[in-house]
Design a protein around this ligand. Structure first.
Ligand code: NAP
Length: 306
């Protein structure tokens, strides 16, 4: 065990899931809330509530805002990708030299932006297959068991504080190729999520689009090679097909965000892929068309496109 408190920035679904498990293991956890109004509301309530199966547990964890005093040695960032950079900037002045900062954002682009803000920190990228969602009453439901991959873009060795995650029973694995994991997940997301929004269907509905899927996967494979991620390209089309079959009844996260009128992380998913393709000089016409159609749909619905 290590003794530095875990500061959790972004106490939504994933932040709550992590904070509660770390606290349950007896580890010190502090919540960092957006502003005084959020803090006041939290302090008047029962604390965090986590639902696992039929069991609900409450955790009255100490909370503060970014401008509270005191150094931060260990920071878990669980905001949406589009909020991560500003959220981290708000606590940057409190980070100790060599602080560990774990980034749980989906997609790519936000991690690099945060890392460049923090040249003196040890920035760890993560990719998780766990799932959680917040009920309207604020309780968070742990909906999907999974695994969290962690690693540094410099392929550094596993740090000693990973013991905290083991102690908290958070399934995890250190990897020296976290960018490959993030790119692979992003590529699968690019193939599935935008189409489910455009076609208004669960993942299984994409069985009706074999040609589009084949062309998009082929372009993604070329792109992955062009950005130096050939391993992430291996068997991509087959994996996309497998995910569609295994989750045929489910609605993608992007579909759910759009259906609920929430901002999507499009800029860090297909938006990032298309931008990287442009930068690499790799033509991806089908992916570009999908991206364009998705942005048009978001605009029609009055949702942000960035
Ligand atoms: P979420 O429920 O929307 O939670 C994000 C939290 O960040 C919100 O509570 C938000 O607070 C807070 N936040 C934003 N800006 C902040 C700031 N400046 N200071 C303090 N707090 C701030 O999102 P989520 O579902 O947990 O997702 C987090 C990330 O994990 C996303 O990138 C997502 O794609 C990824 N992920 C999620 C899941 C899942 O199952 N949920 C699975 C895999 C990956 P406000 O309420 O004040 O806005």
């Amino acid at each position: 065990m290590t003794d530095a408190p875990w500061y959790v920035l972004g106490v939504g679904s994933v932040g709550t899931l992590w904070a509660c498990r770390l606290a349950r293991a007896g580890l010190p956890v502090r919540l960092l809330l957006r502003n005084a109004a959020r803090l006041g509301r939290y302090q008047q309530g029962p604390g965090l509530r986590l639902i696992e199966g039929n069991c609900e547990t409450g955790f009255a964890l100490p909370a503060q805002t970014a401008d509270a005093p005191g150094p931060i040695q260990r920071l878990l960032v669980a905001c949406k990708a589009y909020d991560a950079e500003a959220a981290v900037a708000s606590v940057r002045h409190r980070l100790s030299n060599g602080a560990q900062v774990v980034l749980l954002q989906n997609g790519l682009g936000s991690q690099q932006a945060v890392a460049s803000l923090l040249p003196k920190a040890e920035v760890i990228f993560a990719s998780t297959t766990e799932g959680a969602w917040a009920r309207p009453d604020g309780a968070v439901v742990f909906a999907g068991q999974g695994l969290t991959w962690l690693g540094t873009p410099q392929s550094g060795p596993a740090p000693v504080w990973l013991d905290d995650l083991t102690r908290a029973a958070i399934p995890h694995q250190w990897t020296t190729d976290i960018l490959m994991r993030l790119w692979r997940k992003l590529a699968i997301n690019c193939a599935i999520n935008p189409l489910t929004v455009l076609d208004q269907c669960p993942n299984g509905g994409l069985r009706a689009h074999p040609r589009t899927l084949a062309v998009v996967c082929q372009e993604l494979e070329v792109l992955l090679h062009a950005v130096g991620q050939p391993t992430a390209a291996c068997g991509l089309a087959e994996d996309v097909e497998r995910v569609i079959e295994a989750t045929a009844e489910n609605y993608s996260s992007m579909y759910q965000d759009v259906a609920a009128g929430r901002r999507t992380e499009v800029h860090y998913l297909i938006g990032y892929a298309c931008a990287q393709a442009r930068q690499a000089g790799t033509p991806v016409p089908a992916l570009d068309a999908l991206h364009k159609a998705l942005l048009a749909k978001l605009r029609t619905l009055g949702l942000p496109t960035g």
